[in-house]
Ligand binder design. Sequence first.
Ligand code: URA
Length: 281
Amino acid sequence: MQDAPSDRDALQALLDFHVEAGVDLALDETPHDRFAEPKAERAPAGAAQAAAPKASPAPAASSAAPSPRALPKAAAGAPEEVAGLAREQARHARSLAELEAILAGFDGCALKFSAKNLAFADGNPDGRVMLVGEAPGADEDRIGKPFMGRSGQLLDRMLATIGLDRTQVYVANIVPWRPPGNRTPTPQEIAICKPFIARQIELASPEFVLCLGGPAAQNLLGVKDGILRTRGRWFTYRTEDGREIRALPTLHPAYLLRQPLQKRLGWRDFQALRRALDGRE
Ligand code: URA
């Protein structure tokens, strides 16, 4: 006769069930009935956003997540207000190191509090090419740098086909904190983080920006079409200080991992980038 499962087995089975269901983060000890909370206590539309403190001292560039029990609340504020504060703070950064420190101290995006680390950038900020993805995943969150997991490995292989590696390119994301469970960042989260990636591009000042996937292309270039229509076409990215940078949308490596037949399109885009680097396009 089989023994009844021990508490340990039952707990393990429950944990496995949650992981399989995509629950990979404990946000709090107990569930909350947000509808029952008084209005004033509730977060504004977009729930995950809130205002940053007015002035941001330049804190150490670390954003280790607090334990689930101690998740702090971001201060309340409408997403547009928070995006305004983000713009103000991002504008003050005079270097990429300053920008990273300001971002690490910025409490306006609630993703910061569920993420383990800020994944600000990887690679060479003096490189001629800057690649911008959507948001960090689990590996990037754990390591604190963009494109560290399987997508990053494919990206490295694609770069290698045109003779580049991370010592020659600079890599970042539109949103620098991992959305819980790898969900898509909300439009409000993107709006709040956008001034920081805009300033990051301005400060890195690359010759070329490669937008990895639809969200990067749409949010940086203001295009509405999906990535299958925009990929492989050159656009102009305009920095706030009026510089024009050539920008090329291409398919996201995570998409190429799911749709390997489309790699030939990605390969064509990387060839176009190579020609542009060589002054042939
Ligand atoms: N996908 C992204 O868009 N960015 C990363 O850093 C990793 C995966």
